[in-house]
Design a protein around this ligand. Structure first.
Ligand SMILES: O=C(O)CCC(=O)C(=O)O
Ligand SMILES: [Fe+2]
Length: 352
């Protein structure tokens, strides 16, 4: 990626300030009380559940330490990602994603119709992943997405698969803590993910950018799934918008911690008690940056709507039900090409 061509340039109001506020305040939560076992005795983890609940309420964004993911596995995948992106464009394009499956390499993603300053490799957690064939609400046919294997570095696919298993384990634990923090049973969310989840892992590479004040690594957006577990390297760039102050805040990398953010599905399930935070990635002119988000997505047939237990006459449902699979396929189709209209958003299902 050489010049900042017009397709990358953000409208003036969305261009980044290169000296943003530092987020010392983003909660850092120690998961050691649950890192080696499932959440069996809620009373032993009351403090932790409270911390999770307030982090979700105030930010929808937090970091976790002592999360139980082996460091060696993280180092292996980070090294593999550097080696993969270090290849020539010609090599990487041999494993390009296609119109028929989102897995593979691509460097033309658009967020809100502006091109992102990044290149990406996507890998599905389940191979095959079952999804609707079309976005048409009345079309019940399904299709399968399958993975594209990165041929280099050697054994990279095995490393990715092993890493995804750890991401899934951590996601289930976090969803249990979130459920408890809402006064629900720990396993309340499990059914949506046990069979046919549509999660995927993304390797992001943000090359140095000659005009970092004009472009973004990823434009402002909310993640559409239930939650995201992000590994970022030591180069800063991720920014989150604080709900109350409306300011962009830079997340300071903590070595070996993971950044967790809630996605739109949790916002709908909780009827806006927890919100999915808007975030973006700023690039810089000197250093390249790598990150690895895991997007925890439910099964395609999931009907997303506020949970019965969390709505009542005083707090009626704010959303119409939508089918996750249709939403996902809609997103995939619009991200793949530049479109005149914006992406589908949970806002489209808002009733009040
Ligand atoms: O690279 C990052 O720090 C975050 C990337 C991100 O927000 C995304 O891929 O959805
Ligand atoms: Fe994101």
């Amino acid at each position: 990626m050489g010049e900042v061509e017009p397709g990358f340039i953000q409208e003036p109001e969305h261009r980044p300030k290169l000296h943003s506020l530092q987020a010392e305040k983003i909660p850092v939560i120690d998961l050691s009380p649950i890192s080696n076992h499932a959440v069996s005795d809620p009373s032993s983890i009351e403090g932790l559940v409270k911390e999770i609940g307030s982090a979700c309420k105030e930010w929808g964004f937090f970091q976790v330490t002592n999360h139980g993911v082996p460091l060696s596995l993280r180092q292996n995948i980070e090294k593999g990602s550097r080696m993969f992106f270090g290849q020539t464009l010609e090599e990487k394009r041999k494993v390009r994603r296609s119109e028929f499956s989102p897995s593979g390499y691509y460097e033309t993603e658009h967020t809100k119709n502006v091109r992102d300053w990044k290149e990406v490799f996507d890998f599905l957690a389940k191979d095959p992943t079952l999804v609707p064939l079309t976005t048409d609400q009345h079309d019940h046919r399904l299709t399968q997405w399958t993975n594209t294997s990165p041929p280099y570095p050697p054994h990279f696919r095995d490393i990715i698969e092993e890493y995804i298993e750890e991401m899934e384990k951590l996601s289930f634990k976090l969803m249990e803590l979130i459920a408890l923090s809402l006064g629900l049973e720990a396993k309340r969310f499990e059914e949506f993910f046990m069979k046919d989840q549509t999660s995927f892992l993304r390797l992001n590479h943000y090359p140095p950018c000659p005009n970092p004040h004009l472009a973004l690594g990823v434009g402002r957006h909310k993640d559409p799934g239930a939650l995201t577990i992000l590994s970022q390297d030591e180069v800063e760039g991720l920014e989150v918008k604080h709900k109350a102050h409306e300011q962009w805040i830079r997340i300071k990398p903590i070595p070996n911690a993971y950044i967790i953010n809630l996605g739109d599905i949790v916002q709908v399930w909780t009827n806006d008690a927890f919100e999915s935070p808007e975030h973006r990635v700023v690039v810089n002119s000197k250093k390249e940056r790598f990150s690895i988000p895991f997007f925890f997505f439910p099964a395609q047939e999931t009907e997303v709507k506020p949970l019965e237990e969390l709505i009542n006459d005083q707090n009626p449902s704010k959303y119409r039900t939508y089918k996750w699979g249709k939403f996902l396929v809609h997103r995939f189709n619009t991200n793949f090409k530049k479109h005149k209209v914006g992406n589908i958003q949970i806002h489209d299902f808002k009733t009040r």
